[in-house]
Design a protein around this ligand. Structure first.
Ligand code: HEC
Length: 111
């Protein structure tokens, strides 16, 4: 392998860092806020395609919030879905969910 190829690989690697950073933040948010009710995140997330996730989340996350705030069983999450924090973290959460969606090609195989 020559130096040039190594250089290109390094560049590609570095440029993918910000993305994985966002995905990581989303994963942390999911473990803090969602996992108490949606255990088995792998199964849960990879059960939907990217398009289905986008649809579930909706514009500005309104749809996802509504699924919860209109459901008695999700009462514990109402405070979170009505908070500013949810709006702020939504971008990361979305990155994370879409990253591991069914058709993303990123579903971890070793579990
Ligand atoms: C307090 C419990 C609770 C928390 C916390 C919670 N959910 Fe839910 N969630 C529910 C319930 C209950 C439903 C409705 C499921 C049903 O009707 O079968 C639901 C439904 C959903 C759905 C619709 C698809 C489905 O399975 O019905 C998605 C997507 C979802 N939740 C994502 C999330 C995400 C992302 C978070 C974290 C930001 C989260 N939930 C946090 C309880 C919760």
């Amino acid at each position: 392998m020559n130096k040039y190829i190594l250089y290109v690989i390094t560049l590609i690697f570095l440029s993918s860092m910000p993305l994985s950073g966002a995905v990581y933040k989303g994963q942390r948010e999911f473990s803090k806020k969602c996992i108490s009710c949606h255990s088995k995140p792998q199964e849960f997330i990879s059960s939907l395609t990217i398009e289905q996730w986008e649809e579930q989340i909706g514009k500005d996350g309104e749809k996802l919030a509504k699924v919860h705030t209109s459901n008695e069983k999700a009462q514990e999450s109402w405070k979170y879905f009505n908070s500013e924090k949810y709006k702020k973290k939504l971008k990361h959460l979305r990155d994370f969910l879409v990253e591991f969606a069914k058709d993303s090609g990123n579903v971890p195989t070793c579990n």
